[in-house]
Design a protein around this ligand. Structure first.
Ligand SMILES: C[S@@+](CC[C@H](N)C(=O)[O-])C[C@H]1O[C@@H](n2cnc3c(N)ncnc32)[C@H](O)[C@@H]1O
Length: 271
């Protein structure tokens, strides 16, 4: 698998450990299925990053909650997981028509371990080489669904240059008019202050973050999205109790931790 695809094992490893915790945040019991010796070797590099790992689980839970709430209202909703990694929501959440997009090697491995046809909800997997395939061609068959559509980009935006992100958003708006975008966005200042160790490990795998922005949410808004909600990712971990920080500290000296990495919900403006 290419270096960025390998980072999916990091997120999956976090969820594996979380599922075994006394008080799980996500409770993804499928995660460990994917964690063979090679995957565990990759995860070992990240295992000691306690704060980032708690944030990773919190991020996943925030998205679970958003999707659960929307699926309860729209059980036929289309959910497109762009850069799905080893996401198992199509198996864990009730309802939805699911589409998972990721690299051919990752999709092949996922399919061999947890085949799409065994999911309780309709699930299609789409293999895509992000460096050479055109997303437009891959997504054309799914375009303009009759039901509401949510696009999830989790743990992906930091690997896209601003130009790549803008092009992806333009395409999504064209193919899925009126969709909801759920994505995490990290400011450059946050990555500099809290993400150095993690980035070093990602570089060891051969990957890297793209240049990050000071205000990525405004960048997405300028690409014709309206921000409907934002959630502090560290704040979710604090609320759960897994990140034990006094609230006064979190809301004062650690505001940059609270606000620098957030999970956003955007509504796409019509073209
Ligand atoms: C850190 S992993 C996150 C995986 C999964 N969303 C999760 O949270 O567990 C990043 C994922 O983005 C995928 N990816 C790489 N380039 C991408 C691109 N241009 N667009 C969408 N996804 C991409 C990788 O293959 C990888 O699976």
């Amino acid at each position: 698998m290419d270096p960025i695809a390998k980072t999916a094992y990091y997120c999956c490893g976090v969820r594996m450990l979380d599922a075994h915790a006394q008080s799980p945040v996500c409770g993804d019991h499928y995660a460990e299925l994917f964690m063979d010796a090679e995957a565990r070797e990759i995860f070992r590099r990240f295992e000691k990053f306690r704060g980032p790992n708690l944030a990773n689980a919190a991020r996943h839970r925030i998205i679970d909650d958003i999707l659960r709430e929307r699926l309860a209202r729209h059980p036929d909703m289309h959910v497109l997981l762009l850069g799905a990694g080893f996401d198992t929501r199509a198996f864990r959440l009730a309802g939805g028509q699911w589409f998972e997009i990721d690299t051919p090697a990752l999709i092949a491995r996922k399919e061999s371990i947890l085949p799409a046809h065994t999911a309780p909800n309709p699930l299609a997997r789409i293999a895509m080489d992000f460096s050479s395939d055109r997303l437009e061609h891959k997504l054309a068959a799914l375009a303009a669904p009759a039901a509401p559509a949510v696009v999830v980009m989790e743990g992906v935006s930091m690997y896209l240059s601003p130009d790549q992100l803008r092009d992806t958003l333009n395409l999504l708006r064209r193919l899925f008019p009126g969709h909801t975008l759920v994505c995490d966005l990290m400011t450059d200042a946050f990555a500099q202050r809290f993400g150095r160790g993690l980035r070093r490990r990602i570089r060891e795998l051969g990957g890297n973050f793209a240049p990050l922005l000071d205000d990525p949410a405004s960048f997405v808004a300028a690409a014709h999205y309206r921000e409907a909600a934002r959630h502090s990712i560290a704040g979710r971990a604090v609320a759960h109790g897994s990140l034990p920080l006094p609230l006064w500290l979190f809301n004062s000296l650690l505001k940059s931790l609270r606000d620098g990495y957030q999970l956003h919900v955007f509504e796409a403006n019509s073209i």
